[in-house]
Unconditional design. Structure first.
Length: 208
């Protein structure tokens, strides 16, 4: 949809922005559906202890307790910044990969797998680092949903401001390295996706 009629050789910036828009739109759409489950997963991961020491007994209990205390809005706490983060990540993830392959490889269809993987790994690392601060803010907002009493952050902007002011910019990237390592699988997914496209449609012209 975003790349219809675009020639990558003559309209580089339209091609680049089209790839960014396509990746961002796909990520935002999927997040809308799965966000409550991701929210519950994050809360359960941080809910340590045994028996009565735990706030939730399971996935269903977590969702219902948050829903009763904060309503549907509580299950989407941090959704706004998550949308921003996923758009940034997916746009870089897919946009940079497709653009880089088209620009750096003479024949993307017949390029060795290791070259495609090298580009994919670089793109995955860059995308993960760029988008990580959004994930930090998202998790902070998630963790205060359903909390009784005064909350530390009043919203997304307040969360950004307080983290930078009280903890420094580095706090936004705390844990980013482990996230980059986890993203290695994403690089393989990109490469495998391209390889499957070659098998399914061997006569198609890619990145054109």
């Amino acid at each position: 949809m975003f790349l219809a009629g675009v020639d990558k050789d003559k309209q580089f910036w339209r091609f680049f922005m089209g790839n960014l828009a396509s990746g961002g739109a796909a990520g935002a759409t999927s997040l809308l559906v799965v966000y409550p489950l991701d929210f519950a997963r994050t809360r359960l991961a941080a809910d340590v202890g045994k028996g009565k020491d735990r706030a939730f007994t399971g996935l269903g209990d977590c969702i219902m307790k948050i829903y009763r205390s904060d309503g549907l809005r509580g299950l989407y706490q941090g959704f706004g910044v998550s949308i921003q983060g996923i758009i940034v990540y997916r746009a870089a993830f897919f946009g940079f990969f497709d653009t880089a392959k088209a620009m750096l490889l003479r024949d993307p269809r017949n390029a060795p797998v290791w070259q495609s993987w090298l580009i994919a790994q670089t793109v995955t690392t860059v995308a993960g680092i760029i988008s990580y601060p959004f994930d930090t803010v998202r998790r902070r907002l998630m963790m205060q949903s359903g909390r009784v009493g005064q909350r530390e952050y009043t919203g997304t902007l307040d969360c950004w401001t307080k983290i930078i002011k009280n903890e420094g910019t580095g706090a936004l990237f705390r844990g980013a390295f482990s996230n980059v390592l986890r993203g290695t699988g994403g690089a393989f997914v990109l490469v495998l996706y391209d390889e499957f496209k070659k098998i399914i449609n061997p006569t198609a012209v890619m990145y054109k």
